[in-house]
Design a protein around this ligand. Sequence first.
Ligand SMILES: C[S@@+](CC[C@H](N)C(=O)[O-])C[C@H]1O[C@@H](n2cnc3c(N)ncnc32)[C@H](O)[C@@H]1O
Length: 271
Amino acid sequence: MALTSAALGDTRAAFDRVAPSYDAANTANPLLSAMRQRALTVLSSQVAAGAQLLELGCGPGTDSIRLVEAGYGVTAIDWSPAMVAAARARATAVGLGHRLSVHRLGIHELDALSPSVFDAAFSNLGPLNCVPDIGDAARQIAARLRHGGVLVASVIGRVCPWEIGLYLARGDRQRAALRFAPGFVAVPLAGGTVWTRYYSPSEFEAAFAVVGMTRVNLRTLGLFAPPPYLEHAARRHRAVSGLLQWLDDRTGSWPGLRHLGDHFLITLRKH
Ligand SMILES: C[S@@+](CC[C@H](N)C(=O)[O-])C[C@H]1O[C@@H](n2cnc3c(N)ncnc32)[C@H](O)[C@@H]1O
């Protein structure tokens, strides 16, 4: 299924609705915070401070501010006006408004950004799952990177054993199979709909290979560790959750395992 402008409007409205509470809710979620931190760690291992970053789907600016504080130049974009407003307000509140440039722009509209080329692009926690055409998004992202520049992205994957097990245990086979849909699916968010396309790492890599970007590294986020929506269980069983996170970190890059999990974290380089 192709994504219509009405569907893109649904996604925008859903994220607009959650924007005011999004940062606080996410920061309080230990599983999501762990995923966020791992993506930032990979980014800083690939891209030195001082580099110019393009952040894709910045949400309320949670990472944007940390990246500015870490010494990167950050240009951030997001499709949701309320998320953009939240990111600007947060940057202003911490005295960094003059150092963070945030634009209300879809990743699928990147060609409309004023001419500039970046050392790296960064996208955390699934914005790339919402773009209408990943091939076209790959083209637009590659065009914004210098030669040798990288994209570091955490992307929602197809095969999440926790989710499959959870829904099969509840007898909901349709929900257990949701991520295997070939096209976009309607994912509920706060009474709205986020139109989401799930990718295997191979599908994602293939879209970027066409535009001359190839994989530098890949790991799973949330294979042994449960997905973020199981945060209550993780809080109740902190020691077990910590052990599962450790297992993810130890084994998450292994061939086979890195293709499974709630998200995958991938770095692609433009050649
Ligand atoms: C799950 S949130 C992640 C936000 C942020 N990266 C973070 O880690 O907190 C997904 C974000 O992607 C944005 N988004 C959805 N579709 C988009 C698109 N086509 N172009 C740009 N941003 C988009 C949403 O508005 C939302 O802010």
